[in-house]
Design a protein around this ligand. Structure first.
Ligand code: AMP
Length: 145
């Protein structure tokens, strides 16, 4: 029985993302799911408050291009047909929710560090994704590499 027909895997493209591969493939296989990948690029203007005395467009384009090629390498490692690769810019959790709703996703997969102390107070992407999601969310525990 296919419970999760459409899966969205959120990846930050760090080395830790590799730890999401096996479980994602197994769940997608079992559900014969359509698998989508998303990577969100937070615009440079967010970090610099939109008040930088130079044009960031070229640097932003290079970052987008770099993300695309890293995402393609990642997709190849998954060894599962990818229905869509979504590279979007904005706030990470907002964009994950937006794309999940747009695509009518039934399961979002994110990585989760077992945080404690101050890092826990600051919150994690996994936590924020879970909160606003209208579908199931799987947080796969990753170890810091
Ligand atoms: P964090 O706990 O904030 O380091 O984020 C852990 C997980 O959130 C990652 O394994 C990804 O699943 C997801 N994530 C974080 N940043 C991004 C991003 N820029 N684009 C897509 N997913 C992300």
């Amino acid at each position: 029985m296919s419970m999760y027909g459409k899966i969205l895997l959120a990846i930050d493209l760090s080395e830790e993302s590799d730890q999401l591969i096996e479980k994602t493939r197994a769940i997608a296989d079992r559900n014969t799911a359509e698998l989508h990948l998303i990577h969100v690029i937070e615009p440079l203007s967010f970090a610099y408050g939109g008040d930088v005395p130079m044009d960031l467009t070229t640097i932003q384009d290079q970052l987008d291009e770099h993300a695309r090629s890293k995402l393609e390498q990642y997709a190849a490692k998954l060894e599962y047909p990818i229905a869509g690769m979504h590279i979007v810019s904005g706030h990470t959790e907002t964009e994950i929710h937006r794309i999940a709703e747009e695509l009518d996703i039934s399961l979002i997969i994110v990585g989760s560090h077992g945080r404690h102390g101050l890092a826990l107070l600051l919150g994690s992407t996994a936590n924020s994704v879970l909160h606003g999601a209208t579908c199931d969310v799987l947080a796969v525990r990753v170890k810091e590499s």
